[in-house]
Design a protein around this ligand. Structure first.
Ligand code: HEC
Ligand code: HEC
Length: 227
């Protein structure tokens, strides 16, 4: 009886072991794709962000920040709780390596004044208020800079404005000095909507890849860029 039981079970155990190994990354990612898309192309609401093609260091940092309670979003905090740092790194590398077309999103109506203000902040900044141009760190095409700075093109208005708002309300933080928190503290609510709308209305450049590491010199210190 005993022996029969073992003989029946053993092949199953072997099978389970064999398939568990190569499938591990795929299984971890399956838990993410219902919201972030099969290859990280982003959900079709404005809030489940695209992950595909974002710099790996940036994605890894976000997973760590959700885990360390620096960036707050209950579902994400729950999703990353069981992940080891090695898994987080692998998942980040997987999504960073996906090259999928950007979805188009509706852009909010903008007054001429808001459009000009959004463009000014993104391309020149507002020196009088100590706000550097977004391009100074996010790259001349706003496609991000390897390995830690995300791009700002191809993102929906709702997502960008929600992230800027969460720096303001302290629901998003990262390693100090948190340069984005400093910048957001110098923007008005109208600035946040203007720059988010201007960014969301930009066409995604044909080459949307992040610029090379070291190709920009950040005008403010950022802990995530090595301080
Ligand atoms: C139920 C939906 C849902 C699931 C499942 C989910 N996410 Fe998220 N994820 C979100 C939302 C919404 C945000 C934006 C949170 C915010 O506003 O800060 C987010 C943010 C992120 C970010 C930060 C993106 C950025 O550009 O800053 C990463 C990285 C991420 N998720 C990875 C994952 C991974 C890896 C998994 C699977 C282990 C996963 N997510 C599962 C909804 C989800
Ligand atoms: C001094 C450098 C610097 C400047 C200037 C800067 N950023 Fe950032 N930004 C960063 C870094 C670094 C990150 C990644 C932060 C992190 O890892 O949490 C970031 C992240 C972001 C994100 C989150 C993207 C995502 O996918 O979740 C948004 C949105 C953003 N910045 C908008 C802006 C806007 C708008 C401006 C101009 C008004 C701007 N940034 C100017 C360095 C900068």
């Amino acid at each position: 009886m005993r022996r029969w039981f073992l003989l029946v079970l053993m092949p199953f155990a072997a099978l389970a072991q064999e398939s568990a190994v190569p499938d591990t990354l795929a299984q971890r990612i399956a838990a993410c794709t219902s919201c972030h898309g099969e290859r990280g192309e982003g959900g079709d609401n404005g809030f489940n962000p695209r992950l595909a093609g974002k710099p790996a260091g940036y994605l890894h940092r976000q997973l760590q920040d959700f885990r360390r309670g620096l960036r707050h979003y209950p579902i994400m905090e729950h999703m990353v709780a069981p992940l080891t740092d090695d898994y987080m790194r692998e998942i980040a590398a997987y999504f960073a390596g996906q090259d999928v077309p950007y979805a188009t999103h509706p852009t909010p109506a903008m007054s001429a004044e808001a459009k000009a203000r959004g463009e000014q902040l993104a391309t020149k900044g507002d020196p009088a208020r100590g706000v550097p141009a977004c391009m100074a760190c996010h790259g001349p095409e706003l496609t991000g800079v390897q390995p830690d700075t995300p791009g700002l093109v191809g993102l929906p208005y709702d997502y960008v404005s929600a992230q800027l708002g969460s720096w303001r309300t302290d629901t998003r933080n990262t390693v100090a000095p948190d340069c984005m928190a400093t910048i957001v503290s110098r923007l008005t609510d109208a600035d946040i909507s203007a720059v988010s709308a201007w960014l969301a209305s930009r066409p995604v450049p044909a080459d949307a890849k992040a610029a090379d590491a070291g190709s920009v010199t950040p005008p403010l210190r950022c802990g995530v860029l090595g301080g």
